[in-house]
Design a protein around this ligand. Structure first.
Ligand SMILES: CC(C)(COP(=O)(O)OP(=O)(O)OC[C@H]1O[C@@H](n2cnc3c(N)ncnc32)[C@H](O)[C@@H]1OP(=O)(O)O)[C@@H](O)C(=O)NCCC(=O)NCCS
Length: 282
């Protein structure tokens, strides 16, 4: 029986044919990612997105996004409920870490749920700081229709790109470029903000600003646009200005995750990060 179970399981790279089942997996966990988010992860790091297929279906996933050799981000660690406790997440996590190590990545980070945290601790990951999901239901106001939503395809100014690298702590131009294709991009002189559709709410982030006023201006203008199902916004609790702003704008803290790290210490200018790009991206 055990032999039959093992032979029915296969650890492999994810591919485009997995999108629908991968999205099912994240929806079942009540996460906000869409098939498009999964597709982006596979496009960014085709050799870093792993799955275990069991009984002919996708049972478990783990993704990795690399920011050159400086940083890699682990995400989408999910196991279908009926396959939990069989070591699937551990096996995929091991594969992702091996891949990162083979690329010579200096630092690996992730945002851990309470359920995921014990797994990462066994691999030597340590808590760095709290990250929080804030959300706001749709509020009927000066809404713009989908077709009127401003979409900027202009690249960010050099100044904003530099600000982003300082704030994030690594060069994420490739991820930004991919996100820009899927997002509404707002940019001012000293701030930028991306927003993209999510499964249940629109997602606000990443947002980087040199100061709280620049952040307030850009976030306020974004949430005036139509959000069909409200907003989700993930922020670092250490950025008190972000917390104040979220509260002022009617957002409510939903849950708290733990940012965890392994390898060479790496911190950006977190006081300039008003919204992260996603728990799976950093
Ligand atoms: C977290 C999750 C991915 C674990 O998947 P899994 O395939 O059951 O994990 P494994 O069987 O490989 O177990 C990994 C280790 O974590 C431990 N573990 C798993 N779930 C745990 C829990 N809820 N509480 C405490 N420990 C847990 C296991 O005991 C195991 O430790 P061991 O190797 O010392 O026995 C799965 O519970 C899940 O999909 N949860 C919902 C989504 C989620 O929160 N993902 C984490 C995102 S950061």
């Amino acid at each position: 029986m055990v032999g039959a179970q093992i032979s029915a399981e296969r650890l492999r790279l994810m591919n485009a044919g997995d999108l629908a089942q991968a999205a099912e997996l994240s929806s079942a966990a009540e996460w906000n990612q869409t098939p498009d988010d999964w597709q982006m992860l596979m496009e960014l790091q085709p050799q870093g997105c792993f799955a275990i297929e069991a009984d002919g279906r996708l049972a478990s996933t783990t993704t990795l996004v690399c920011y050159q050799k400086r940083l890699a981000w682990v995400g989408m660690v999910l196991t279908r409920a009926e396959y939990r406790g069989r070591g699937f997440a551990s096996r995929l996590f091991t594969a992702a870490l091996r891949h990162a190590d083979s690329l010579g990545i200096e630092t690996i980070k992730l945002d851990a749920t309470e359920q995921g945290r014990p797994l990462y601790e066994t691999f030597g990951f340590q808590a760095e700081q709290a990250v929080e999901r804030w959300s706001r239901p749709e509020i009927a106001q000066s809404q713009t229709s989908e077709s009127q939503r401003p979409t900027s395809v202009r690249p960010l100014s050099r100044h904003l790109r530099e600000l982003d690298s300082q704030a994030f702590g690594a060069d994420r131009s490739l991820v930004r470029k991919n996100l820009a294709q899927r997002s509404t991009v707002y940019s001012g002189q000293n701030a930028f903000l991306f927003s993209r559709p999510g499964r249940t709410t629109d997602y606000l982030g990443p947002c980087v600003a040199s100061d709280p006023d620049a952040a307030r201006t850009i976030i306020t203008s974004a949430i005036k646009d139509a959000a069909h199902n409200g907003w989700s916004w993930d922020l670092m609790a250490t950025n008190k200005d972000a917390v104040t702003l979220a509260t002022e704008l009617g957002f409510v803290r939903q849950r708290c995750l733990t940012r965890m790290v392994r390898g060479k210490p790496l911190r950006g200018r977190e006081e300039m990060v008003y919204a992260i790009a996603g728990f799976e991206l950093g």
